[in-house]
Ligand binder design. Structure first.
Ligand code: AMP
Ligand code: GLY
Length: 417
């Protein structure tokens, strides 16, 4: 099987790593990829959102299967075009991708299918939004409906700030105003073959930039898998009320979803509720999550594209915990410099796995950062404490000017343990 992976983040490095270990793989291409994927396959310097470039790359390299990593190409409808060209693809088509690309679409889907979620209202006019805000007394969260790379949500108690943010969003998009939910967050990654599904172990992501969940929202500064707070009982409740209902509703509505459904859940005192759907694996959750998958990734992909997930259960290392720490560029999530040289990363990083994100190899053959989130160090251990220690030992092998990371990934579970 000749595989093309679209994307360039830590998630795509982890996906490439799993595919590179597969016995089924006879060619591995990543577009555009990063400095890490270049060591596992061939990076193709194309834009993964441009159908003509992707289809040409498929023809040139005799690709049998495309795996779409990020949301951009999915929202742009790349899957529809790849399918039309007769090539197998993992990722939802454009209509289904609206579960992520339109929060308004996603909310409507949840409400009409009775999937537990926060109460909400969608606005298109600033005047309606302003009068609604004057009429309510409960705390709310504002969400830009369209894609915003993790930066389209405002949680604030400051009325002025809320009004300003909402009116800015309404200049270009619709606005979802949602009841503020309290509890703890957990994410589920569900593999779907269009009819059957398999749920992977739960993950917990750290969205805020700094320790103790302070600072701005980011794409995610670290993640842990599985999540100790998800007991067997809680898992069964979420599986019944949210996961099964979501997957049955996708089938009932004829969305023929082949790909990964990411379900962000808030566990509240009134039960678990959906915060959001994404239509892909999470980043950085994928880095620890896939580190625990023991099955051949080519077999998983094959079951997904052939509709055989009912006969195939991915094998997961259930005795271990994996923990990922993101190493970011100075200034992120604000402005940051790019092209900062990275000191060579040794082959032996002790018991940590180092996944690249924004890196590339420059014309002089030097590994350089591309800014933002640059690497993820993943540690695996028999418990959270050992996974934490391994991941943080890994961070010392990644050195570039201005590199920084959170120091408390997994700690809230670790301190409890
Ligand atoms: P979303 O893109 O919808 O997942 O929102 C990004 C983050 O904002 C979530 O991971 C939560 O941390 C927070 N958030 C979103 N919706 C709510 C809500 N209704 N109540 C509390 N926090 C929320
Ligand atoms: N880590 C959050 C996301 O991938 O959307």
């Amino acid at each position: 099987m000749r595989v093309l992976i679209l994307g360039s983040g830590g998630r795509e490095h982890a996906i490439s790593w799993k595919f590179s270990q597969s016995k089924r793989i006879s060619g591995l291409y990543i577009a555009p990829g990063n400095g890490g994927t270049a060591e596992l396959g061939t990076n193709l310097n194309i834009n993964p959102e441009k159908e003509d470039q992707v289809l040409q790359a498929c023809r040139d390299n005799k690709i049998d299967l495309v795996f779409v990593g990020p949301e951009g190409p999915l929202a742009a409808g790349i899957v529809d075009k790849i399918k039309e060209a007769g090539i197998a693809v993992i990722g939802p088509h454009q209509e289904a991708a609206q579960l992520e690309s339109s929060k308004a679409f996603s909310k409507d889907f949840m409400v009409r299918n009775h999937i537990p979620t926060a109460e909400s209202r969608t606005f298109t006019k600033a005047s309606d939004f302003e009068s609604y805000m004057k009429s309510i007394t409960h705390r709310v969260v504002l969400k830009k409906s369209g894609l915003a790379a993790g930066k389209g949500v405002l949680e604030s108690t400051d009325q002025e700030e809320l009004l300003h943010f909402g009116k800015e969003v309404l200049k270009t998009d619709s606005l979802v105003v949602e009841e503020f939910l309290e509890g703890f967050e957990v994410s589920f990654f569900v593999l779907s073959d269009g009819k059957n599904y398999r749920v992977l172990p739960p993950c917990s992501d750290y969205k805020k930039a700094h320790d103790n969940d302070e600072g701005l929202n980011t794409g995610g500064m670290g993640a842990i898998c599985p999540v100790p707070w998800v007991t067997k009982e809680l898992y069964s409740e979420i599986e019944q009320s949210i996961i099964k209902t979501t997957m049955d509703s996708l089938n009932k509505e004829g969305l023929n979803y082949v790909g990964v459904v990411y379900i962000g859940v808030m566990v509240t005192s009134k039960g678990p509720k959906v915060l959001e759907y994404n239509v892909r694996f999470g980043d950085p959750e994928t880095q620890p999550l896939l580190s625990l998958i023991e099955s051949d990734f080519g077999n998983i992909a094959d079951a997904m594209i052939k509709g055989h997930l009912d006969n195939y259960t991915p094998r997961v290392n259930e005795n271990n915990t994996a923990l990922g720490v993101v190493i970011a560029a100075e200034g992120y999530p604000g402005e940051y410099n790019k092209s900062i040289p990275v000191q060579p990363i040794p082959e032996d990083t002790e018991d940590a796995l180092i996944f690249h994100a924004s890196t590339s190899i420059d014309a002089q053959g030097q590994l350089v950062t591309g800014g933002g989130r640059c690497f993820t160090s993943v540690g695996i251990g028999s418990d959270i404490i050992s996974a934490y220690s391994a991941a943080y030992r890994g961070t010392k092998f990644v050195n570039f000017e201005g590199a920084w990371f959170r120091n408390d990934i997994g700690k809230k579970f670790y301190e409890e343990a």
